[in-house]
Design a binder for this molecule. Structure first.
Ligand SMILES: Cc1cc2nc3c(=O)[nH]c(=O)nc-3n(C[C@H](O)[C@H](O)[C@H](O)COP(=O)(O)OP(=O)(O)OC[C@H]3O[C@@H](n4cnc5c(N)ncnc54)[C@H](O)[C@@H]3O)c2cc1C
Length: 475
């Protein structure tokens, strides 16, 4: 074997996964076809759960150094969505360009000794009962391979996944542009984003938003396009003039591409020794800024599981929980983007539906429900006695509980030491801490997985059963 895990793709998902593996001292090689990171801005917001995920590994402060905004309101099909009352330390979207997040993760991977090979394009793969062989400019062999190679995933195609879903019916154009003042200065604050939005009665629209660097903006427009065609600078320039006349001046076009409303999800996230994560596993329109967040959390779910199984402690069946948990979460995000698409349709029925939906969203409980979906804070893997829910961060007197997760181990929190003693044989895999209180007063103890989700509580079965299921037999 050349390594334990090959990760195909050094986008945010592949890099997040690789840092998780490297943190657990699992050998990992990340390969990427590109010789350097794309300069296109792509995703630009971290939702609250992704901020928490980065915080669990001590990476949020580093990422936040590059933040260009904090947006305390989201939207659902452009209907305002409040982020209040969600029980998080980060009740806002963090404006962070995808390339900055990738740079932070790549730096972390290097610190942890993970390897990244650029200019290495996978063209084929083979797997057998012992491992996986990735074929590209060279041949690499590992116990497992994770496809984080984006929406057009070569790995997914090689596996023959049918990738069911709905086809694209509309194409929106997106360009990183340099703007100057015309009759007005282009606004540099995200809070002013609404000022630049233009919506026409025929459904065409445009907006301009600052990318946080001098004169660099994102220009997005939809003008009724239903076919995928190459984007030309002439077309972008003409569209800019149509929407903004002489209000701002378009000085340069850096990158231009299109995204569609195609919505698809891999049938299976696991093919024996090969896993799909991020856009390789699901594509949907960027409505509400969820794609990167969903993918990074796929990686966060899979990383510790792979590392634990490769470490020889947990049973191989632990890996099946990845499909069970993340396919359902992905489906839910796809559904909400489809619903947002419907609410944006401009015919009399949909306009009426939207009006009623907007009224419902003014009810605090309804707003929180939708916000739970968009922010990722509402994810619940199911179970009794708070099992399956995320552990909200809280202060113990010695600091924040999230700090206990920096090492990537499981955490047992108990108000009664008897539980800590019961888990002593797992001390190499679990951090055991006595706390004065828990977020749920009816509980005396919770066992939390390395990804921050409760996998046992003192209201459920004996702790040893849960420890064995999630972390393997005791030493
Ligand atoms: C314009 C735009 C705006 C967006 N806005 C948002 C937003 O606001 N919020 C949000 O959450 N999401 C947003 N998204 C979505 C987000 O960018 C994606 O969900 C995210 O990039 C997915 O990450 P990934 O790592 O799965 O895939 P990618 O970022 O696509 O990375 C895949 C990597 O795999 C490499 N690769 C591909 N094939 C091979 C191969 N055969 N061999 C080796 N390497 C290969 C590629 O070079 C690439 O580096 C946006 C996307 C776009 C395009």
């Amino acid at each position: 074997m050349d390594t334990d895990v090959i990760v195909v793709g050094a986008g945010p998902v592949g890099l997040m996964l690789a840092t998780e593996l490297a943190l657990a001292e699992t050998k990992v090689i990340v390969v990427d076809a590109l010789t350097e990171r794309s300069g296109q801005s792509k995703a630009m917001s971290l939702q609250p759960r992704t901020a928490e995920v980065l915080d669990l590994r001590g990476l949020l402060a580093r990422a936040s150094e590059h933040a260009i905004a904090r947006v305390t309101e989201g939207h659902f099909a452009t209907i305002p969505l409040s982020y209040d009352g969600l029980g998080t330390r980060y009740p806002y979207q963090i404006g962070l360009l995808q390339w900055h997040l990738e740079a932070v993760l790549e730096e972390r991977l290097a610190e942890l000794g993970g390897e990244l090979r650029r200019g290495w394009k996978l063209t084929d793969l083979q797997q057998d009962s012992e491992g996986v062989t990735a074929i590209g400019p060279s041949t690499l062999r590992a116990s497992y391979l994770v496809a984080a190679d984006g929406g057009r995933s070569t790995v997914r195609k090689l596996l023959g996944d049918p990738f069911p879903g709905t086809d694209a019916t509309r194409y929106t154009t997106i360009a990183d542009v340099i703007l100057g003042a015309g009759t007005a200065e282009p606004p540099t604050l995200w809070a002013s984003m609404g000022q630049t939005r233009r919506v026409n009665p025929d459904g065409s629209f445009a907006s301009v938003v600052s990318l946080g660097e001098a004169s660099l903006f994102r220009f997005v427009y939809f003008d009724g396009q239903t076919e995928r065609t190459d984007v030309t600078d002439e077309e972008v320039t003409a569209a800019f003039r149509r929407f903004y006349t002489d209000e701002y001046e378009l000085l340069d076009i850096r990158h231009a591409s299109r995204f569609s409303n195609a919505t698809r999800q891999a049938e299976k996230y696991r093919y024996d020794r090969v896993f799909l994560a991020g856009d390789a596993a699901h594509i949907h329109p960027p409505t509400g800024g969820q794609g990167l967040n969903l993918g990074v959390q796929d990686a966060f779910n899979l990383g510790w599981k792979l590392a634990t199984v490769l470490g020889g402690t947990a049973p191989e069946t632990l890996l099946d929980t990845y499909q069970a948990e993340r396919h359902a979460v992905g489906k839910r995000v796809l559904d909400n983007t489809l619903a947002q698409g419907a609410l944006g349709t401009r015919d009399p029925q949909h306009i009426a539906l939207r009006q009623i939906f907007a009224e419902l969203m003014k009810i605090p409980e309804a707003n929180r429900h939708i916000a739970g979906m968009i922010t990722g804070l509402g994810i619940d893997y199911g179970g009794e006695g708070h099992v399956g829910t995320r552990l909200p961060d809280f202060e113990t007197g010695d600091g924040w509980v999230s700090e206990l997760f920096h090492s990537g181990k499981g955490v047992l929190l108990a108000t009664d030491r008897i539980y800590l003693e019961a888990a002593a044989p797992w001390a190499d895999r679990i951090i055991r801490t006595n706390v004065p209180r828990l977020p749920w007063p009816e509980l005396e103890a919770v066992l939390v997985r390395p990804d921050g989700y409760v996998c046992w509580s003192s209201l459920t079965r004996p702790i040893a059963t849960a420890l064995r299921a999630w972390f393997g037999d005791a030493e």
